[in-house]
Design a protein around this ligand. Sequence first.
Ligand SMILES: C[S@@+](CC[C@H](N)C(=O)[O-])C[C@H]1O[C@@H](n2cnc3c(N)ncnc32)[C@H](O)[C@@H]1O
Length: 294
Amino acid sequence: MSERHEGGHGHGHHGHGELDWSVMGPVLEQEAEVSLPLYREIADWAAERSDRVPGPVVDAGSGPGVVSALLAEVFPDRAVYAVDAEEALLERAADRAHRTGLRGRLHTHRADLPGGLDALPAASLVWAGRSLHHVGDQRAGLAAFGRALVPGGHLVLLEGGLPPRTLPRELGFGRPGLESRLDAVQEEWFAGMRESLPGSVRETEDWPALLEAAGLRHVATRSFLLDLPAPATYETRAHLIAQWQRRLEHVELDAADRATADRLLDPEDRAGLYHRPDLFLLSAQTVHLAERAE
Ligand SMILES: C[S@@+](CC[C@H](N)C(=O)[O-])C[C@H]1O[C@@H](n2cnc3c(N)ncnc32)[C@H](O)[C@@H]1O
């Protein structure tokens, strides 16, 4: 799902835009599992476009390791390091490695980015999936990702895209366009989250330019769709209900939108999220591919 929609409201939230990643563990896991078709397409694209240079694959800001395990599948001859600041999330990644028979090849490494990658062997590929925007100084983050690569190695940076859509604009009740109104709230939250990060630096989010400034050669930018049309599967619906609960829990809404929110979240309401046949998930993730030239 899109970078700016990782559940900024409700539980898992410390206040001042900071997320409690240990509470967010199951949330991130469910979201990544639902988004696996998207990540698989991106990983296949990156694998096709990157040269066969030596070195492991590093998943920088891996969270619970769903994508790390996918990377281990897509790069079967490589060790994969799931790197994150949160021990609770790395434990999930380690559990997954154990469950999926990847224990010998999927390793975890705790690091507070942008530091800590130098403790690992130089990588053939660094995957940064919506993690860089949680680093205060994103230029320093990109430079650290670049230094972590062997010459000829690639950085896969997932930043930008479009907010997800999950419901029709017209729900059949309430004022149309609730999801767009919530996007505006989320943008505010995201700005506050960035401002509250330690050492936060405001940057124009021109990722190709920032990659070049970090000494990397920008290779390509492409956006990938996650397109899960209605009717939603059980898993997708469960994920979307959880997302909507988080989005609506603490947000200030006018009386009409609050009434709509209450109907959507009511498990008994046939027009609510639990029963609607028209619930879907459509989002776009932008990916920037860059190479360490020397
Ligand atoms: C939005 S989540 C993305 C998780 C995963 N890449 C995915 O796509 O499912 C961001 C992740 O970055 C991690 N993170 C945030 N700031 C970090 C930092 N300074 N150092 C290391 N990890 C960090 C969080 O713990 C979280 O797991």
